[in-house]
Design a protein around this ligand. Structure first.
Ligand code: IMP
Ligand code: MG
Length: 192
């Protein structure tokens, strides 16, 4: 398994070393979390129509696996892309929508799919934005939750796994845009 960890480092630029990444959650555990979340969602929305909205880019890997684990539900898929502006060390900046959804969510059951929540600001903003379109229901599923640095009042409805307060990479999560295609999730021991 140690060999497997080393074998994925080629997915990063040469300036990174494998010793910076410590394997944290392996692909089998991730698969178990995704199956369990899919099962719960399947029961929660049984025989209903559900619009799942993935938050680009990080949630795309989780989203692709999750929707195939949701049984007995008519699933429709859409995506949003959020971006931050004016971010400084003293201010978290402003969140804005780079790409909005295309589907009409009025009177529909809606589930936001996020791969990780940290401060909660991005999802609080998105939730408020989507609520303006009057969905029948609006819930949040996140694969990972880091609840330690919440700066806003935001509680996901479904959580795959609560993780430590560390920076993680893989399975859609990036470090400077790299590492999204790691099959396992690693935490970053020290920056480059
Ligand atoms: P929040 O607004 O602070 O909750 O930001 C959440 C977003 O920041 C996530 O959707 C990720 O895109 C990114 N993020 C937060 N923590 C991590 C991490 O540990 N690794 C990679 N991306 C992260
Ligand atoms: Mg994200």
């Amino acid at each position: 398994m140690r060999f497997f960890k080393m074998s994925e480092i080629y997915k990063f630029p040469d300036s990174f070393s494998s010793s910076q990444f410590v394997r944290y959650i392996n692909k089998n555990e991730i698969q178990g979390l995704v199956e369990s979340l899919g099962h719960t969602i399947g029961q929660r929305y049984e025989k209903e129509e559900l619009i799942v909205i993935g938050v680009l880019k990080g949630s795309s890997t989780f989203m692709a696996d999750l929707i195939r684990e949701i049984k007995n539900v008519k699933v429709l898929v859409d995506f949003v892309h959020l971006g931050g502006t004016n971010h400084t060390k003293d201010s978290p900046g402003t969140i804005r929508i780079l790409k909005d959804i295309k589907l009409d969510i009025r009177d529909k059951h809606v589930l936001i799919v996020e791969e990780i929540i940290d401060s909660g600001r991005a999802l609080k903003f998105l939730k408020q934005h989507l609520e303006l379109s009057c969905p029948k229901s609006l819930q949040i599923v996140t694969l990972f939750d880091k609840p330690y640095k919440r700066t806003v009042d935001l509680t996901p409805d479904l959580i795959g796994k609560k993780i430590e307060d560390c920076f993680v990479v893989g399975y859609g999560l990036d470090l400077e845009e790299y590492g999204r295609n790691f099959t396992d999730v690693y935490f970053l021991k020290y920056p480059n």
